[in-house]
Design a protein around this ligand. Structure first.
Ligand code: PLP
Length: 391
């Protein structure tokens, strides 16, 4: 089955669930529950059923998990109530006091804060590595290195990581490679096929796709990893809402069409921006000019709608004028919805070993589903407002 067919046909009632009804809705329904009633005492004693208590998820979660597993590849998927909890529970599945974790210096800021403030507090040693280090990360491995955490491309500055090389290092070290795969939506990169132990996503972004759901997904490569993830999520009391699982599952049905469109529009905007005198540099993995392009081309099958560009140094008032002149691009956190966004990001605040010293504001764009000419015109008006304010 091709990918787009799988996205539409997995996790549906009667398709891969036991159901004795003869007529079924298209979508797996929202099953809300704390208590699940067992038909007999021996069913209750048995304990290991796919649905047994609300916190562990209901048939709504199981259906969404089946679809994410089909998307990401691998053994199985578990749902978390946010992307950040998917990241943190995945890391916690492998570490204890005295262990060592390697985190990419390009990691999503709250991931870094978790490593810095939480892992360290529990005696886990955290070390950052340059996102483009690749096989060179082997030099940082210690006896107690348990996790290599990667995010590709980095969600502020888009460094593309060499996942197969990191996977080989992790394997030799007996450590787990965890990849934050949010940028690709699971559609354009398959970390598990490239050797990762875990692929996590903020399903909040492209999977849900409509800017109205918080959810995370953790897909494990094999049964051993899946069991560690299950223990981690259940021991910290994670419970994702069935309504959110339902909405994210509905979003996943249109993932491929949305992402291809966001990707096309994003690349068209990136090329247009690259040609402008009021843009210094565009950071988009699919641009031939971008340093990570060759690895992106080797490992990814497409680009999502998220990228950044650097402005020439500019008075703060001119930067403010740029953002305030936008009308189609919203100013707000997150991305991956149907609507376009533009935010200023500050990589200089989120790094340790690869300091960001490039002058000029960094602007991150999420290309949504609007018409590309309208989006270009909106940005054009913002650049004009910026120029007026800079005069
Ligand atoms: C948004 C995001 C997260 C966290 O997801 P939430 O659902 O907001 O908790 C993690 N990683 C990346 C790369 C993200 O962009």
């Amino acid at each position: 089955m091709k990918e787009e067919t799988r996205l539409v046909s997995t996790g549906r009632p009667g398709v891969d669930q036991a159901d004795d009804r003869r007529a079924l809705p298209v979508n797996a329904p929202v099953e809300r529950a704390s208590t699940i009633l067992f038909p007999t005492y021996s069913d209750y004693l048995e304990g290991v059923r796919s649905v047994r208590y609300g916190r562990f998820g209901t048939s709504t979660h199981r259906a969404f998990e089946a679809s994410v597993t089909a998307l990401e590849g691998g053994h199985s998927t578990r749902i978390a109530p946010s992307g950040l909890l998917a990241v943190t529970a995945a890391i916690l599945a492998f570490v204890k006091a005295g262990d060592h974790v390697l985190v990419t210096d390009s990691a999503y800021d709250p991931t870094r804060t978790f490593a810095e403030k939480f892992l360290r507090r529990f005696g886990v040693d955290v070390e950052y590595y340059a996102p483009t280090l690749g096989a060179g990360v082997a030099a940082l491995i210690r006896d107690r290195t348990k996790v290599i955490f990667a995010e590709t491309p980095g969600s502020l500055t888009f460094e593309v990581q060499d996942i197969p090389a990191l996977a080989r290092v992790a394997k030799d070290a007996g450590a787990a490679l965890i990849v934050d795969n949010t940028w690709s939506g699971g559609l354009f990169l398959k970390p598990i096929a490239l050797g990762a132990a875990i692929s996590v996503q903020a399903g909040t972004k492209y999977l849900a796709g409509h800017s109205d759901v918080m959810i995370g997904t953790i897909t494990s490569a094999d049964a051993r990893v899946a069991s560690l993830v299950y223990d981690s999520l259940s021991q910290i009391g994670s419970a994702a809402s069935p309504d959110d699982a339902y909405l994210a599952h509905r979003g996943l049905r249109t993932l491929a069409v949305r992402m291809r469109r966001c990707g096309e529009t994003g690349l068209a905007l990136a090329r247009w921006l690259e040609g402008r005198p009021d843009v210094k540099r565009v950071m988009h993995p699919a641009l031939e000019s971008f340093p990570g392009h060759a690895i992106w081309k080797r490992d990814f099958t497409g680009a999502s709608g998220l990228f950044s560009f650097v402005m020439p140094p500019m008075p703060e008032a001119a930067i403010a004028a740029f953002f305030d002149a936008l009308s189609l691009f919203g100013i707000g956190f997150s991305w991956g919805g149907y609507e376009s966004l533009a935010v200023r990001v500050r990589p200089e605040r989120a790094r340790t070993i690869t300091p960001w010293t490039e002058p000029g504001a960094v602007v991150r764009i999420h290309a949504g589903l609007e018409d590309v000419d309208d989006l270009r015109a909106d940005l054009g008006r913002a650049f004009a407002a910026m120029a007026r304010a800079a005069r």
